[in-house]
Design a protein around this ligand. Sequence first.
Ligand code: NI
Length: 169
Amino acid sequence: MAILKILTYPDIFLTKPTKLVENIDEKIQNLIEGMAFTMYQAPGIGLAAIQVGCDKSLLVYDVSDRDEKRSLHVLINPRIISSEGTAISEEEGCLSVPDFKADVKRAASILVEGVDREGKPLRIEAQGLLSVMLQHEIDHLNGILFIDRISSLKREIYKRRVKKNLKKK
Ligand code: NI
């Protein structure tokens, strides 16, 4: 299986809101397989379809410890139904924002609804790492990156660094 190309900031495609998946067809199943492979190779704990150039409301994740058996989860058309409290997600990072980490203010716990790859309804009550990861990935589906949620000062530092690197190329 081939590793899919992960789009990185400042690719404009990453700011696009995604469309609902209407048919979980073979194309979507193949996309899921490719995304899972790409996420494990990276390695990452979550990946949204928009990051590999598909503007569909779909994400894959696996927050199990690296030593544990892999446990791939697929979440299609997710919605955050409710959220509670606040938590600082420390040193959050993103495969689409390479070489940068920052603390991000997130909800402490969330309730998410969506469907799995068989179209079966899912209802996930999440806190801790699972909650942070789901908020991060669902942000991707709405065209939002974690650097949109940090102070403008920190964001500028990152943007300047990216600009400098692009000039070097
Ligand atoms: Ni990300």
